[in-house]
Design a protein around this ligand. Structure first.
Ligand code: GLN
Length: 476
């Protein structure tokens, strides 16, 4: 096995036993990036020199017997997440020169444990998209089939991990952006409960939905990362004070007796591909063999989730992205008047999809329309959240497909905005409700494309979804 193919658990053990050095491990990942990134376009920035310097320091720490949980383990970060002294563009040219003077809290925590930053991953600009085709740095290709998308918006992070360019990556999920690319690339991806991980330093998209989480090769790796990242942060008032469970231990507990709900609506939805449905249902059956009890449940408000999401997200977007105007933040395109400078800077610095969201959001929030759109969407959002609460009185986790179909062809949905929005139909309900969702590999189609199974848990139910995912992954 090549060093770059190792999981966190394997890399930790090899480094601690001195079977290889952190410099060798980082060099193996960097060599893989050099070889494969020109084809896949998974990275916007690669930090060769600093990565090797960090790895050297990691080796010294290991030699002194002072290794942290991630000392010497190379990772990559979505470019919509701030990393100190490393350019963070959000995949939009308006921030092409932005070098943050600080790390996002979750990144600071991972680096405090010794993780080695390899570089920044391509993504849909500021997280807007489901195919990574809305990046101003070009689309990302799927390592399983380079004529297909890697998923979005954290597509570069998923492609980088799936193609063995790094050991793990950190992405952002507002409405599916970790789970959907994880499913398209055959990985594990967790969207945590809203407020479980700090959003400080994550470029905001829709502040009431944004979350940050891991893309990993195994559930055990994702559990390790969550244990490090989760927790209260005084810089993010929406983080919850609840103690962080020892996820790494929790996942090992038996799943015997775990009650798994299968929401009817997710399998009857128009547009779901038969092969995807069959693979996911087959994998769900294997939960029975593990001692779980399966039961059909109903979530009738599911059909409103996309409509609610595409009012709330553009509205919050239009407020959050207002600061990127070429004056306060972002690259300035000088024009004659102040107005023209604002207009030109934003016209040139944002891709089309971001502009679409800003226009919809500005409209939805405008006087006279706020009640009809934004407030109404928030009310339906509450109904969706309550419906999940009621179902979680009967079951411990829900099992659904992550996406209605596997990775689609590049260009297939790019000009069909509604079709692209509907790609997240199974990911968005949990987002709207603020609850956790884990995508784990369920199998592959006849054409060799990965299919993901989503486990949705109640608020702060990360342990339950990770545990079910871990057993699905290791026992079958
Ligand atoms: N595809 C969804 C959107 O475009 C999800 C994005 C995300 O989770 N960042 O809004």
């Amino acid at each position: 096995m090549n060093l770059n193919e190792l999981t966190i658990v394997q890399a930790r053990s090899g480094l601690d036993k001195k079977e290889f050095s952190a410099v060798e491990l980082a060099a193996a990942c960097l060599a893989r990036i050099d070889e494969r990134n020109p084809a896949l376009n998974a990275f916007i920035t690669v930090s060769h020199e600093t990565a090797l310097e960090e790895a050297k320091k990691a080796d010294e720490q290991i030699a002194r017997g002072q290794a942290g949980a991630l000392t010497g383990i190379p990772f990559a970060v979505k470019d919509a997440i701030c990393t100190q002294d490393t350019r963070s563009t959000g995949a939009a040219t308006i921030l092409s020169q932005y070098v943050p003077p600080f790390d996002a809290t979750v990144i600071a925590k991972l680096r405090a444990e010794g993780a080695v930053l390899l570089g920044k991953n391509n993504c849909d600009a500021f997280g807007h998209g489901a195919s990574n085709e809305n990046s101003m740095y070009g689309p990302v290709k799927n390592p399983h089939d380079e004529t297909r998308v890697a998923g979005g918006s954290s597509g570069g992070s998923a492609a980088a991990v799936a193609d063995q360019m790094c050991v793990f990556a950190i992405g952002e999920d507002t409405g599916g952006s970790i789970r959907q690319p994880a499913s398209f690339c055959g990985l594990v991806g967790l969207r945590p409960t809203y407020g479980r991980n700090s959003r400080y330093g994550i470029m905001p998209m829709a502040s009431s939905l944004d979350t940050v989480g891991p893309l990993a090769k195994t559930v055990a790796d994702a559990a390790i990362l969550m244990e490090i990242m989760a927790g209260r942060d005084e810089r993010d008032a929406t983080t919850v004070p609840d103690a962080v469970p020892p996820y790494g231990e929790e996942i090992k507990k038996s799943v015997k007796g775990l009650r798994v709900g299968i929401p009817r609506e997710y399998f009857e939805m128009e547009g779901i591909e038969e092969e995807t449905k069959r693979i996911v249902l087959q994998k769900i059956e294997s939960l029975k063999e593990l001692g779980c009890t399966l039961r059909e449940v109903s979530l009738p408000h599911t059909k409103y989730a996309i409509a609610v999401y595409y009012i709330i997200v553009p509205s919050e977007d239009s407020s959050n992205l207002a600061r990127l105007d070429g004056i306060r933040y972002g690259t300035r395109t000088p024009a004659g008047s102040l107005y023209d400078t604002y207009a030109r800077s934003r016209a040139e610095g944002f891709p089309e999809e971001v502009k679409r969201r800003l226009m919809i959001g500005t409209y939805a929030l405008s006087a006279g329309y706020y009640d009809a759109y934004y407030r109404q969407a928030q009310k339906v959002r509450t109904l969706i959240a309550r419906e999940f609460d009621a179902v979680f009185a009967q079951v411990d986790v829900l099992a659904t497909p992550t996406s209605p179909f596997p990775a689609f062809k590049l260009g297939a949905k790019k000009d069909d905005v509604l079709a692209m929005y509907l790609a997240d139909i199974f990911a968005v309900p949990a987002s709207v409700a603020g609850i956790p969702g884990l995508s784990v590999p369920a199998g592959k189609t006849a054409a060799g494309l990965p299919v993901g199974l989503q486990l949705i848990g109640p608020r702060l139910g990360e342990s339950a979804v990770l545990r079910a995912g871990h057993h699905l992954e290791t026992t079958i």
